[in-house]
Design a protein around this ligand. Structure first.
Ligand code: ADP
Ligand code: MG
Length: 240
């Protein structure tokens, strides 16, 4: 579903991604971890075209991001992205947040978009909040709305960038539960997270990044039981 081949990126003379290569198969859940500043956000943003890159190739669902013919807004609508900060539209109700892109990007009818929005709100346990505004919801609820909004586009894959790291501790699990459910339903997912409990539960593979490079890319069991590099060992020792 996602193929990243020898991707390198520079900000001026600073190399932020260094020859990154990995693949995510359909239905696979890959957790990306590593120290702060190692390039995790940048890597994940290149996958849906939010960041450009100078070398290498990324193909998502058969479409190359290098190919000038690729319609980036169409590609972005196929790949859902959830960030650390919820980024809901503050002036729109929860339901309007859920229907806007369905109407504008997919050209769905109002009824269809509303039904889809309601079904997704139900799925994340927030059906009763449809007419509220984002500021009236807790951080955990807002993040669940953000996930529902991404799902409203029927994405072929979902990207998460530290979706729980800005949340109060008591709200982390309600968001992780939604992500676990998605993973168990077979969604293709790339998740930047330091929630190793989540990784242990649903990840198929773990990628460890350091200084812009993919240092380890291994089956979950192998990563946790026997990390190869000293850098991954140090990292795991700190966070586990
Ligand atoms: P992570 O998500 O792993 O913390 P990032 O991908 O956000 O790492 O950042 C990787 C590195 O790139 C950091 O050193 C960061 O300071 C640098 N960086 C990120 N964005 C920019 C930018 N727009 N211009 C210059 N450097 C940047
Ligand atoms: Mg980051």
């Amino acid at each position: 579903m996602i193929s990243i081949e020898h991707v390198s990126k520079w900000y001026g003379t600073f190399q932020v991604l260094s020859d990154c290569t990995t693949q995510v198969a359909k239905g696979e859940v890959v957790v990306v971890c590593g120290p702060s500043g190692s390039g995790k956000s940048t890597l994940i943003k290149t996958v849906n075209g939010l960041e450009s890159f100078q070398e290498g190739e990324i193909v998502v669902d058969g479409q190359s991001l290098r190919d000038a013919r690729t319609n980036l807004s169409k590609l972005r609508s196929k790949v859902g992205m959830v960030f650390q900060h919820f980024e809901l539209f503050p002036h729109l109700s929860i339901m309007e947040n859920l229907t806007l892109a369905q109407l504008k990007v997919l050209g769905r009818s109002k009824d269809e978009a509303f039904d889809k929005g309601l079904a997704l709100l139900d799925r994340v346990g927030l059906k009763a909040q449809a007419d509220k505004f984002p500021a009236q919801l807790s951080g955990g609820q807002q993040q669940r709305v953000a996930i529902a909004r991404a799902l409203s586009m029927d994405p072929v894959a979902m990207l998460f960038d530290e979706p729980t790291s800005a949340l109060d501790p008591e709200m982390i699990n309600e968001v992780l539960d939604v992500m676990v459910e998605l993973a168990q339903e077979g969604m293709t997912m790339m998740c930047v997270t330091h929630e190793m409990g989540f990784a242990k539960k649903v990840a198929h593979r773990v990628i460890f990044m350091d200084r812009g490079a993919i240092v380890e890319d291994d089956r979950k069991e192998a990563f946790f039981e026997n990390p190869k590099s000293d850098r991954a060992k140090e990292f795991l020792a700190k966070i586990l």
